[in-house]
Ligand binder design. Sequence first.
Ligand code: NAD
Length: 286
Amino acid sequence: MTAHMLDGRAMGAEIKAELRGEVERFRQGQGRAPGLVVMRIGGDGASGVYSKSILRIADEIGIEARVEQLTTLTSNTTLRSALLQLNANPAAHGILVQMPLPVHLSQQLVAETIAPGKDIDGISIMNAGDLFLGAARFLPSTAAAVIEILERTQTPLAGKRAVVLGRSNVVGKPLAMMLLQKDATVTLCHSHTANLPAFTRQADVLISAVGQARLITAEMVKPGASVIDVGINVLPGGGIVGDVDTEAVSRVASALTPTPGGVGPLTNILLMKQCLQAAWQAIPKD
Ligand code: NAD
């Protein structure tokens, strides 16, 4: 068997084209574009690259995006007031706080302060709670990207066995909830899981969000499974690979996302989709 490679770039281009039309419809109806603010606190070179790529994608879609830069010395009190100001600013439909925060700042404070209606990466307490209760509004974008790939490729989920590796708040945990919502039988594995292959071999849909190069070998995959590789690992030589040994696993799986070019390209585009959704929802009802 040779796995069908699930092309995230092609899916991303399709969604971008859909969004461009809808953003234009919003702009014509409302007299202004949807607005996005990326809050960046301190930051190294890598996070600069991240905010630039968000601004580029926003620009391609027609969303008006800007970076609000705070210094590394920002206190929790200042961060809170900056977020409250954005919450009250009608031009900021979506707010994205760039993670990770400097260590002295509280992620919990961000989750408690950011307005749920502007929280386009689903990190607020309210949005996390809504997801848990099965009434999600804004989803964590990487988890949403995985579901988007599964849906666009019509991968059956109801009644299927889905195994997720990784239990972070941004990927593994929300993904498990979303798969449950789609009627999959979900197993969540993590760093303390004993005998990992015994679980992965049962998976009709196997999703790895660990951050360990070549963790998933061919022997760990059920023949015919769909495998989604969320991991991003920089090799000592400089190349980027996922968690899955792509070449070996592609001989066993029926479908597989490549890295790069799988989940990654969809993540930021789905942030834009949720920003547009936030903008529509912000229109006052008469
Ligand atoms: P994290 O470090 O917060 O979580 C990693 C998880 O892996 C933990 O829950 C841990 O328990 C689990 N884990 C560690 N060793 C394991 C093992 N041997 N077996 C099973 N589980 C194990 O990371 P994260 O933020 O959730 O990201 C996970 C990976 O996804 C990273 O490589 C990250 O770079 C990547 N990522 C990709 C995108 C994207 O857009 N493609 C976005 C976010 C994160």
